[in-house]
Design a protein around this ligand. Structure first.
Ligand code: NAP
Length: 333
């Protein structure tokens, strides 16, 4: 008899900060596997800010999650029981494993990881939704041209740091906005951003005016709020404002007024556009192929923030909202 340890949703955290009490520990006895399932032992989980949005269970962003349900989450694991020819025992897979030690999953939801030269955890970061969001958000929505001034908020995070590197690869000039000197130094010295602004200790609007005097051609926003407003004040004619995320609002009780500087979109004949990664699923394979080549060539580097231990899973999601994570947040069980 094998016990499967799990974390369930204990509350829907709408209009407030996420807390540890929003999760409940649970144990179940593993049932016999059905013929259309593969059993996976989870080794690593990835964490995304959208998981809080999913837990809020408000329709429109992602499918709902009820109190008492297993907490959703993508992970990496090893197949330990299977009669499916594509996923023999011992193979390494990624998919929606959830916050649990053993997942019994339909094969169509799993992807086999076969690369020998890249760590499986990359499928939770640069080769997973993180890298793909950066790729499609920048290249498709932002439509960069060589020489463009690209400014990225949340720049030291999973999505932001990959976005900056793709922008550099297509010939743009990059400025990242992040919290703290450690993250800003890393962006300039290790990731290849041309400039970084520490929004916690610097005046963002005046620094943008100094660093990007010709105006921002693409603002790739992961944060919203005051940072979005400051960037809107500094856009160039025909700028593209890519709304990828708005983490500054994810835990607020009252949603903020719209950005006061939005009318610059009119004066600068600019475009502001949001997107969801799911719209590009038909093209994931080609994007992954390019991302893999860039990583193999050393053109894209990535940083992982690795936490440890099943018991620390809920705490690890909370790290994203305090900025405690430095790089793509993952956890090894
Ligand atoms: P991440 O950037 O690795 O982690 C979140 C970071 O956000 C934190 O490290 C922190 O960095 C920053 N942050 C947290 N609260 C903040 C606040 N109040 N003000 C300013 N910054 C704050 O997370 P990620 O997975 O790469 O996701 C980045 C964004 O992409 C999120 O907004 C997410 O929702 C969005 N996203 C969108 C799509 C899509 O399809 N549109 C898909 C995936 C992700 P600092 O220390 O620098 O403050």
């Amino acid at each position: 008899m094998t016990i499967n340890r799990q974390w369930l949703i204990n509350a829907n955290p709408r209009g407030r900060a996420l807390t540890i009490e929003d999760f409940k520990y649970h144990e179940e006895t593993l049932q016999a596997l059905t013929s259309d399932e593969v059993r996976v032992k989870t080794t690593t989980l990835g964490f995304d800010p959208s998981q809080k949005g999913q837990m809020e269970n408000v329709s429109g962003y992602a499918s709902g999650n009820n109190v008492g349900d297993l907490m959703v989450g993508r992970g990496i694991g090893e197949v330990i029981e299977s009669s499916h020819p594509r996923f023999p025992v011992g193979s390494i897979v990624t998919g929606p494993l959830g916050w649990q030690e053993y997942a019994s999953v339909k094969p169509r939801l799993l992807e086999l990881i076969e690369d020998e030269d890249i760590a499986p955890s990359a499928y939770l970061g640069p080769l997973g939704s993180t890298g793909l969001t950066a790729y499609f958000g920048l290249l498709r929505v932002g439509q960069p041209e060589p020489g463009d001034e690209v400014v990225i908020s949340g720049a030291a995070g999973g999505v932001g740091s990959i976005t900056g590197q793709i922008a550099n690869l297509v010939g743009c000039h990059t400025t990242g906005i992040a919290g703290g000197s450690k993250k800003c130094d890393w962006l300039v010295n290790n990731v290849g951003f041309n400039h970084a602004i520490d929004y916690k200790s610097e005046h963002v609007k005046s620094r943008l005016r100094e660093l990007v005097p010709s105006g921002i051609n693409i603002f790739f926003d992961n944060v919203g709020g005051d940072i979005l407003n400051d960037a809107l004040a500094c856009i160039a004619p025909h700028a593209r404002v890519v709304v990828c995320g708005g983490i500054s609002r994810y835990e607020q009780a009252t949603l903020p007024q719209g950005p006061a500087n939005y009318f610059n979109i009119v004066f600068r004949q600019a475009r502001m556009e949001g997107f969801l990664l799911t719209a590009y699923s038909a093209e994931f394979a080609e994007a992954r192929r390019r991302l893999k080549t860039w990583i193999a060539n050393g053109d894209i580097t990535y940083k992982e923030d690795v936490q440890e231990g099943f018991e620390n899973i809920p705490k690890t999601l909370l790290r994203l909202f305090s900025g405690a994570n430095f790089g793509k947040q993952i956890l090894n069980l």
